[in-house]
Design a protein around this ligand. Structure first.
Ligand SMILES: Nc1ncnc2c1ncn2[C@@H]1O[C@H](COP(=O)(O)OP(=O)(O)OP(=O)(O)O)[C@@H](O)[C@H]1O
Ligand SMILES: [Mg+2]
Length: 250
């Protein structure tokens, strides 16, 4: 299978009144079709900037970004509109893109049924728990049928236990729907449990220090929670911890 995203020699400098700030320095990575890649990097290193460049919200200072497919972007906050019910929140993207066709609505209804949201469709966001809201946000992102999902710290607003459960859900949905995904996090365990590959980013100006292939799934159906119990998990954790930690001493 080929690369669905290719990032080559990507650099980004912001210019503003206070001067210039180089955020990304000569970054290289790729995402293969069907793969989940995690960008693991410290706070403020430019992770969201990378996603904004991939969606073309920002233009890079240097380098090439090739994206072979349409993108669905899921933010750290769920950005649900409190005055719209769940169904109307989920179809918002379709409305904006003028794609709210009967086929698209049927697809959304199918997603709601498959992922346990059907009976919530007439409720309002404030009636749902944080975990459920994130699930709604993911279904909304999926409603426009993107090839590639970009997930920017989607679990960081959740308490620890919910976070583990929701990441299991999100993982299963990504795999079930055969999506390719780039996940952004600064949580080492989350990175290992969710991904096929982990790119470790350095502090700003950030570059890709190393890319690890995670082979924890001889059994393909293991969920993130289950992979945390595979003995090799700790080896990956130790390696990534060392690499991530060396950010601080350099
Ligand atoms: N439009 C902009 N203009 C100027 N500086 C910016 C702009 N966007 C981001 N920055 C700066 O670039 C740096 C990287 O920001 P970015 O949000 O990409 O980091 P991040 O890794 O996503 O951080 P976090 O972990 O806090 O989400 C920060 O210092 C930020 O203040
Ligand atoms: Mg960010």
């Amino acid at each position: 299978m080929g690369n669905i995203v290719q990032v080559k020699n990507l650099s980004m400098t912001f210019y503003n009144k206070e001067g210039e700030l180089q955020v990304l320095n000569d970054m290289n990575f790729s995402l293969e079709e069907g793969e989940i890649l995690t960008l693991l990097g410290p706070s403020g290193c430019g992770k969201s900037t990378i996603l904004n460049i991939l969606t073309k919200l920002l233009k890079p200072t240097n380098g090439d970004v090739v994206v072979n497919g349409n993108i669905g972007y899921m933010f750290q906050k769920d950005h649900l509109l409190e005055w719209r019910n769940i169904m109307d929140n989920i179809t918002l993207g379709l409305e904006i893109q003028k794609k709210k066709t009967p086929e698209a609505i049927a697809r959304v209804e199918e997603l709601l049924k498959t992922y346990g949201l059907w009976e919530f469709r007439n409720m309002f966001p404030k009636e749902l728990s944080g975990g459920m809201r994130q699930r709604v946000a993911l279904i909304r992102t999926l409603s426009v049928n993107p090839d590639i999902l970009l997930l920017d710290e989607p679990f960081s607003a959740l308490d620890y236990q919910t976070r583990l459960l929701v990441s299991d859900d999100v993982y299963k949905i990504i795999r079930n729907e055969n999506k390719s995904a780039i996940l952004v996090t600064h949580d080492i365990s989350e990175a290992i449990s969710m991904s096929d590959k982990v790119a470790v980013l350095s502090k700003r100006p950030s570059t890709v220090k190393d890319i690890y292939t995670i082979n924890l799934r001889e059994d393909k159906d293991l969920t993130p929670l289950q992979t945390r119990k595979v003995p090799k998990f700790q080896d990956y954790f130790d390696k990534l911890w060392k690499e991530f930690d060396s950010n601080e001493v350099k």
